[in-house]
Design a protein around this ligand. Structure first.
Ligand code: ADP
Length: 651
């Protein structure tokens, strides 16, 4: 390849434009697509990412880049393609997308490695030499002797601690030319002190084998692979399939990433993955929001350098810089936490599907209660549906006289429920689990552990307890105010209620004993409740799909929600009305455009909010038109406009 003379970059600032720069001859060897560079911009300098290498540039008054940052490109061509797709689809400036794609600590110019001093002898030291030194400087001799036994350089601090000698002695040896100190990068690994017990593949049941075969076949011909939807309750063996599917990807020389909702990224989950791939300590990298900057830096580079070949992480792990990606798993794909609620407002499951298409890899979407979108995609053939019956297949033989443990879900007022329960069951150990009582992460784990081991008899909580947890001895579940979510002004309200009820109800009778579920509701005949009662996914989805189709909602039409907000009600309203007028001119008749309406949460944090909902089939076109219209319209300074494509929060 010829050396680049010109490059096009995306600067780290929101200027909504790509810029061309000249590459001085001396730097040309070190610049390529995905490199980070320092460039002059206006009267300052700033960091930027190279998006293409050009032979010539039409730009006037072109300036030279100042420096290349870092050793190698940090973004692959495929990831750039993904960034462009996100920018176009979610109607969001590419600079903002880059911020999500590359963690802050990676984008910085300073090298983020933690360096420590390592020591080693400068040459082979024999006993005679040590003996001579002992006469003049006994402590130096002692240190030299310890050092002469080293096979590899050792951390200076560790050597001094071991020998109980001080830094001065070490420096003296360095001055004599007998010892050499060198700074080396050390890895910050949050799991460094943990031991992972190696596990091996379990023998699969028929359903699991069939599902795994789907995945391995797809791995063998990834060009025409469709996403695979794996439907099975918690405990039905999905994770075991993921583990063996990852092994299959690794065997084919490829890498794998697993996305789980942040709340499910527990030590147990990490242990399961680290344990299965324990043969290489670095093989599994973990990415979540609780990492320190330094840890995130090191995990990222571990992945980027190819040392880690498996990534397990929350939403943003969909951007993990794995090369030669073979498999992406999205567990609990229906979880709304996969949707980022700030720009770029992407949905990690959908981004995973697009990344898979770009990188020609396999996607597995797992869920106990698939989202309507995925279910629809599976039934229409866009996805491939695998079904694991798991424990739900076992019909309870007899009604238990009384449940040993109980789990109670409450929509609100958990404290009140807790005190009532404690009053009615004075001998039982009752614990409450909600966002208030579980501010610390350990509190959450500790409570779940106690509940699992039977130290807590009755657990009272919010939806927190409903999410994918597996308790074999729960025999009774109560759901209070089941239709709370149903009354939210949101077209997904019914679907969410259905998912929640099936999930919570799935908590009961999962072990040896059978279980009962009580639901309190004001609308007992609403479809979400009736179908959940019978665990009838197909029935529920069918009627819900009919409703969505008739009302032009997803998955039949895409939606874009625009929120206009301002501390001044009149200004917000006026801006929203002006915007709708412009949309009427620019969008044409193919799209359904409503009038601006006050948002259900009309005033939030001192801001008045108005909503505009646009629906249509050709989402890329709609996003582009919406962006162009918005770009052309000057808004008053205190008016903010947010665009949410495929919105999940309509409040
Ligand atoms: P899920 O991911 O669907 O919740 P898991 O894969 O975690 O399900 O399986 C639940 C439990 O069943 C785990 O303890 C797992 O080790 C065990 N398990 C899964 N598959 C098998 C199998 N084929 N044979 C024996 N035990 C299994």
């Amino acid at each position: 390849m010829s050396k680049p003379s010109f490059i096009r970059v995306i600067i780290d600032r929101a200027i909504h434009r790509e810029l061309d720069y000249l590459v001085p001859e001396t730097l040309a060897d070190r610049v390529g697509v995905g490199s980070r560079v320092r460039v002059p911009f206006r009267d300052k300098s700033g960091l930027a990412t190279v998006v293409s290498v050009l032979e010539r540039s039409e730009a006037k008054g072109i300036r030279s880049i100042e420096a290349v940052v870092g050793e190698s490109p940090i973004l692959s061509e495929q990831m750039l393609e993904l960034a462009r797709w996100i920018s176009a689809y979610y109607c969001c400036p590419i600079e903002t997308v880059m911020r999500s794609l590359l963690p802050q600590v990676i984008r910085r110019a300073e090298v983020g490695w933690k360096k420590q001093l390592f020591v080693r002898p400068t040459r082979k030291i024999d006993n005679e030499e040590i003996g001579k030194l002992r006469k003049r400087a006994p402590r130096q001799a002692e240190l030299l002797e310890a050092m002469s036994r080293l096979e590899t350089p050792m951390r200076a601090a560790d050597l001094l601690r071991q020998t109980s000698l001080d830094n001065q002695t070490l420096r003296a040896l360095v001055r004599r030319g007998l010892a050499e100190l060198r700074e080396e990068a050390v890895i910050r690994d949050p799991h460094a002190d943990e031991q992972f017990i190696a596990t091996s593949n379990l023998v699969m049941n028929n359903e699991q084998s069939l599902a795994l075969r789907e995945v391995t076949q797809a791995l063998d011909s990834p060009e025409n692979a469709r996403p695979i939807l794996l439907h099975g309750v918690t405990g039905s063996g999905k994770t075991e399939i993921y583990l063996q599917a990852i092994r299959a990807a690794l065997d084919r020389g490829r890498t794998a990433s697993v996305l789980v909702p942040e709340i499910s990224l527990t030590p147990q989950t990490v242990e399961r993955f680290k344990g299965r791939f324990a043969e290489a300590q670095d093989a599994v990298a973990v990415l979540h929001s609780h990492l320190s900057e330094g840890e995130r830096h090191d995990e990222w580079h571990k992945i980027h350098s190819g040392r880690a070949r498996i990534v397990i992480g929350a939403r943003s792990a969909v951007f993990a810089p794995l090369k030669n990606l073979g498999l992406i798993v999205v567990d609990e794909e229906h979880e709304t936490t996969y949707k980022q609620e700030e720009a770029p407002r992407y949905h990690a499951r959908d981004v995973a599907v697009v990344r898979a298409k770009i990188e020609k890899c396999v996607v597995v979407l797992g869920s106990a209660t698939p989202s309507l979108e995925s279910y629809h995609n599976a039934t229409t053939g866009k996805y491939r549906r695998c079904h694991l019956c798991g424990h739900t297949a076992a019909v309870p033989k007899k009604c238990p006289a009384c449940g040993k443990d109980a789990l109670i879900y409450a929509g609100f007022g958990t404290e009140k429920v807790e005190s009532t329960v404690a009053h009615i069951f004075p001998k039982a150990t009752v614990r409450r689990m909600d966002a208030d009582s579980m501010t610390r992460k350990e509190a959450y784990r500790e409570t779940l552990r106690s509940f699992r081991t039977g130290k807590i008899d009755i657990l009272v909580g919010t939806q927190m307890i409903a999410k994918g947890l597996h308790f074999p001895n729960v025999t009774l579940v109560g759901i209070i105010n089941a239709d709370l979510a149903l009354h939210l002004p949101d077209f997904r309200a019914g679907e969410r209620t259905f998912q929640l009820l099936t999930q919570v109800a799935g908590r009961a009778g999962r072990g040896e004993t059978s279980g009962e579920v009580f639901v309190q509701t004001y609308t007992p005949f609403s479809p979400s409740i009736q179908f959940a009662r019978h665990h009838d996914f197909a029935g529920y989805f069918q009627q819900e799909l009919e409703f969505r189709e008739r009302c032009d909602f997803p998955p039949f039409k895409h939606a874009i929600l625009i929120t206009v907000r301002s501390p001044h009600e009149a200004r917000a309203k006026f801006s929203a009305e002006t915007l709708v007028r412009r949309f009427r001119e620019s969008l044409g008749s193919k799209f359904i455009l409503g009038d601006p309406t006050p948002a259900p949460l009309e005033k939030l944090q001192g801001q008045f909010r108005f909503h505009i909902l646009i629906r249509g089939e050709a989402i890329m076109r709609l996003s582009r038109l919406a962006c162009e219209t918005l770009d052309k319209l000057p808004f008053p300074e205190d008016v903010t406009v947010a665009v949410d494509v495929d919105p999940y929060q309509l409040l």
